[in-house]
Every structure is written in structure tokens, then in C-alpha cells.
Design a protein around this ligand. Structure first.
Ligand code: CA
Length: 386
């Protein structure tokens, strides 16, 4: 990749998105596929004669650097959908992390009404309530498809509404990174012994699993990771997947790439709307927002599939990187520890317990289907087409 782009990306992360930008890659304008309405005075190309009637303008604060591939683009796309579907009557201005409020301040800003809505990841709010983690991703948790099933059909919606309403927020899934990779390592990981003393950048609940494997979990923002690998401050890092990982050039410092990851098997991103703002919308406008969120979610899953595949080919063909899989022994141990850690978090209070119980019940139910459908098919296709 071009060095200039790496520096731009790293600088944007370090200054703009602090600790919250754990999921993304480099900002690059050519990835901006949809041009959204700029500024608050120009309603864009979709002006209807009814523009003055019921016209609304909203401020959408995000946890991502401006036009960030994947994550930032999801927020832009969502704003465009709503603008187009309302013929410009509802205009959403998207703010990158740091423009109005910092990456991790978006929740409070929306809760208090300082901003109207955020695009972020719910697990950043685990300091407010432990239950939020289940609406993004937990170790050994649901895939991008399964979590859509749980929230929309398996009881997750009502639990999420109850949780968010405590903070005057209504939230919807509006993006998903798909399966994230296990990470980049400076050495081969052949046995559980190799985790002993390993310093790995791994945020959140996954970090606790690394600690219980005998390693040290290090919290670093996206822009800090490359240098930490280079200086030896860390021995390994997770980030997202080939698309966003390649942009940061981790393969140069830690060429052993393991996948899939156990910690974020489909990290869901969310649109959180101030509850007063939400209740002020007509039922048809609420339906437009819901449809826009579903569309943004669906497209991001496809986009990550497409872009990850492209980046993986470049890593293989140009940089001789072949992803490896952890051994069964490692997976067994990670699985058992993950279940323990998630259960401890799930039992931290009554409301979290209700969310945890519902989540685990759904995951265990969906497993029986996913394993004999997607799981079996993918293994069979790989064997047949070898
Ligand atoms: Ca990650």
C-alpha cells in the first residue's frame, strides 16, 4: 500500500477516533461511493416541492474518522438513504469523530439531546451497562446473520429497547463488519503455551480471554497499533479483517495471520436515536429510518465480503501471506474460557442477565441450523472444489 495513505489513516485515527475506532481501516476518498448532502443549507439534489413542509434536519455523530472505509461509509449511506426516501425532507448531516464530539462521547451527546443520533458500536457503552456488549458482539457469539435473527425475531428487540430507553435512546442495527480475523502475530501460534506472556492488542471481552490464556491484553486505538508492533511494545494485534487490516500494513511487522477470530464473529454497528427525536417522527418516517437501517446493515455485510476477498488476494499474491487457523486444542480452550467470561458478564445484574439468557438461548438454537446449513455447505464446497 502507499505509505502516504497509511500515514493519513493513522493520523486520522490517532486524532479523531481515539479508543473507539477499534474496527476500521484507512480513510480514502475513492471508497466514498455515495455523495451525501453536504452542509446544512444545501438540501441536495432530491428537493421536492414539499421541502418546507415537515422538513427536519438532524445531526448524526459517529465514532469514525471522516468517510472511513466500511464504518464511516455506512453512516454516510444511511444518511443518503433517508434523504432520498424522504425526497430531501429529512436531511441528516454526518459528523466524523471529533467534529462535534469525540468518538466515545456520541452516546452521551445523543442521550442528552446535544446531538440527534449516533452511528457507533453498542459495546463501547459497556461502562454504562454491561448488556450493551450483546448488541455488537461477544466471544463465541452470533454471526452477522444470526444477530439479525435474534434482534428482529428472537426477543432481542424488546430487551434492547428497555436498555436503551434508560438512556433516552432508541437503537437499531445499521451495519456489520462480518466475521473478524483472529489477528496478526510476530510468531507462529502452535499451542496454548504460545499465548503465555503474549502481549496482544485486544479490546473488550476478548481481551479478558487473552488474559486468562496467560497473555497480556493491551488496549490501543487504531492509529497506535502499527508503531506498537514495530517497537515491540506488542507481539500481536487484532483489528478487523483483510480489507481494513491491509490498509494499516500489519503484515510487514507481524506476518502470521490467524483466522477466524473468536472475539467478534460479526460485529454489529448501530444507529442510536434520541428517544424524544424518535417519538417526534411520524410512523411513516419511523418506517423509513428502520428500512434505511436494514438496508445499511445488509449492504455492509456484502461490502465487507467483497472487499475482504479483494484484500486477501492482494495479501496472498503480493505479500505471500497465507492465513492460518488455530489448532483444535487452542479453539477448545478459547471456547471454554469465552463461555466463562461471557457468563460472568451476563450475570452482573438483573437486566444484563435477561439479555444474556435471551442471547445465549438464541445462539444455541441458531447453532443447530447454521452448523448443518452454512457450516456444512462451506466445508463441503471447499472439499469439492479443491
Ligand atoms: Ca476488532
Amino acid at each position: 500500500m502507499k505509505r502516504r495513505h497509511l500515514l493519513v489513516g493513522a493520523a486520522a485515527l490517532a486524532t479523531g477516533a481515539t479508543t473507539a475506532a477499534v474496527l476500521g481501516g484507512k480513510p480514502e476518498n475513492k471508497n466514498r461511493q455515495i455523495t451525501r448532502t453536504e452542509g446544512t443549507t444545501n438540501p441536495g439534489p432530491n428537493i421536492s416541492p414539499n421541502i418546507g413542509k415537515n422538513r427536519r434536519q438532524f445531526r448524526l455523530v459517529t465514532s469514525w474518522p471522516k468517510d472511513f472505509p466500511g464504518l464511516g461509509i455506512m453512516a454516510n449511506r444511511l444518511a443518503d438513504f433517508v434523504g432520498t426516501m424522504t425526497e430531501g425532507r429529512i436531511e441528516i448531516k454526518v459528523y466524523a469523530a471529533g467534529e462535534l464530539v469525540g468518538a466515545t462521547e456520541v452516546f452521551d451527546a445523543v442521550s442528552t439531546g446535544a446531538a440527534d443520533m449516533y452511528h457507533s458500536a453498542e459495546y463501547y457503552w459497556q461502562g454504562k451497562a454491561k448488556g450493551f456488549s450483546f448488541f455488537t458482539a461477544v466471544p463465541m457469539g452470533m454471526t452477522a446473520t444470526e444477530i439479525v435473527g435474534w434482534v428482529n425475531f428472537g426477543g432481542g428487540r424488546a430487551l434492547w429497547d428497555d436498555l436503551s430507553a434508560k438512556f433516552n435512546i432508541k437503537a437499531f442495527h445499521a451495519g456489520n463488519t462480518g466475521h473478524q480475523m483472529g489477528g496478526w502475530f510476530k510468531k507462529e501460534i502452535n499451542s496454548l503455551e504460545d499465548f503465555k506472556g503474549l502481549k496482544m492488542r485486544m479490546p473488550g471481552i476478548g481481551g479478558e480471554v487473552i488474559r486468562r490464556l496467560g497473555g497480556a491484553a493491551v488496549r490501543l486505538s487504531g492509529g497506535e497499533i502499527y508503531q506498537a508492533l514495530q517497537s515491540g511494545a506488542i507481539d500481536a494485534t487484532e483489528w478487523v479483517g483483510p480489507w481494513n487490516d491491509y490498509a494499516f500494513g500489519f503484515y510487514r511487522e507481524a506476518p502470521y495471520y490467524y483466522g477466524p477470530g473468536f472475539h467478534e464473529p460479526g460485529a454489529a454497528l448501530s444507529l442510536g436515536v434520541n428517544l424524544d427525536v424518535w417519538n417526534s417522527l411520524s410512523s411513516s418516517d419511523q418506517a423509513i429510518f428502520k428500512a434505511a437501517c436494514h438496508a445499511a446493515n445488509d449492504l455492509s455485510v456484502g461490502e465487507y465480503t467483497h472487499e475482504n476477498a479483494k484484500a486477501l488476494k492482494i495479501l496472498k499474491d503480493n505479500h505471500n501471506i497465507s492465513p492460518r487457523v488455530f489448532s483444535e486444542q487452542i479453539w477448545d480452550k478459547i471456547g471454554r474460557i469465552s463461555e466463562e467470561v461471557v457468563a460472568e458478564i451476563g450475570n452482573s445484574d438483573k437486566q444484563t442477565r435477561a439479555i444474556y439468557d435471551s442471547y445465549i438461548k438464541a445462539r444455541n438454537s441458531y447453532r443447530t441450523w447454521t452448523e448443518i446449513s452454512d457450516g456444512a455447505y462451506i466445508r463441503a464446497r471447499a472439499a469439492a472444489l479443491r
